[in-house]
Ligand binder design. Structure first.
Ligand code: PEP
Length: 252
């Protein structure tokens, strides 16, 4: 059975007090509500140790939003896989479209980061997806195929099973515009086929593929009910327990 996951990407939001409050609320919620999926958050890295201290029993996964492609050394401002391992973080987002857009990240960078993460026992959440122009010109299948191959195809079958993929069409992130469940399913199935061609169907069937892009309480159930969609990576709607919990409950 593939892992079902709802992961919240907090991006660059919340003071330490507000972050702590939402972590407490989530923990309380998780204690009182058995969930049918794993619940993960990716707060700003500054708050990751606090999350790990609070989530003593690992009730909620704590992820970085990014990590360095280098092991250690003179890379000011960066956080390494080893540092994440040392605080027992669960993993890191890798290749989020905002990292690609504002920091020039490419799939080759993602490939190096994913390898480093796996070497340290961290779960990489590899994000990909096409831009609006690429979708409009019908290139979305090709773009996602290329992204997947460059970022992931140096991994072994055992390694790929440990990766979580988040398909996030760039035109749907933070825009309020969501891919229809059919559009999302089509690409998820496409990604799974790409993996199956390289690693075999059994391996491809074990990889969790999340959808991200304006998932909200009112569209989560329909999106998550698609056969190749194993959960969601949630941005805006992860910032309030009220919305995030309803998205988690879309699995019930
Ligand atoms: C994201 O940033 O990964 C995301 C999906 O954002 P939003 O849900 O706000 O579109």
């Amino acid at each position: 059975m593939r892992r079902k996951i709802v992961a919240g990407n907090w991006k660059m939001n919340k003071s330490v007090i507000d972050a702590q409050q939402l972590m407490y609320q989530l923990l309380e919620y998780k204690k009182n509500n058995p969930t049918q999926c794993e619940v993960w958050i990716a707060p700003p890295s500054l708050y990751l140790m606090m999350a790990k201290d609070l989530f003593e029993k690992n009730e909620i996964g704590a992820f970085a939003q990014d990590m360095s492609e280098h092991e250690s050394g003179a890379y000011t401002g960066e956080i390494s896989a080893e540092m994440l391992e040392s605080i027992e973080a669960d993993g890191s987002l890798i290749g989020h479209s905002e990292r690609r857009q504002y920091h020039g990240e490419t799939d080759s960078h993602c490939n190096r980061k994913i390898k480093l993460a796996l070497d340290k026992g961290l779960t990489p959440i590899y994000c990909n997806g096409e831009t609006l122009e690429q979708r409009k010109s019908g290139q979305h299948f090709e773009v996602v195929k290329n992204q997947t191959e460059v970022a992931l195809f140096t991994l072994t079958a055992e390694e790929i099973k440990k990766v979580v993929i988040a398909y996030e069409p760039v035109w749907a992130i933070g825009t309020g515009e969501t891919a229809t469940p059919e559009q999302a399913q089509e690409i998820h199935a496409h990604i799974r086929n790409i993996l199956a061609e390289k690693y075999g169907k059994e391996v491809a069937d074990e990889v969790s593929i999340l959808y991200g892009g304006s998932v909200k309480p009112d569209n989560a159930k329909e999106i998550f009910s698609q056969p190749d969609i194993d959960g969601g990576l949630i941005g805006g709607a992860a910032l309030k327990l009220e919305d995030f919990s309803k998205i988690i409950e879309a699995f019930n």
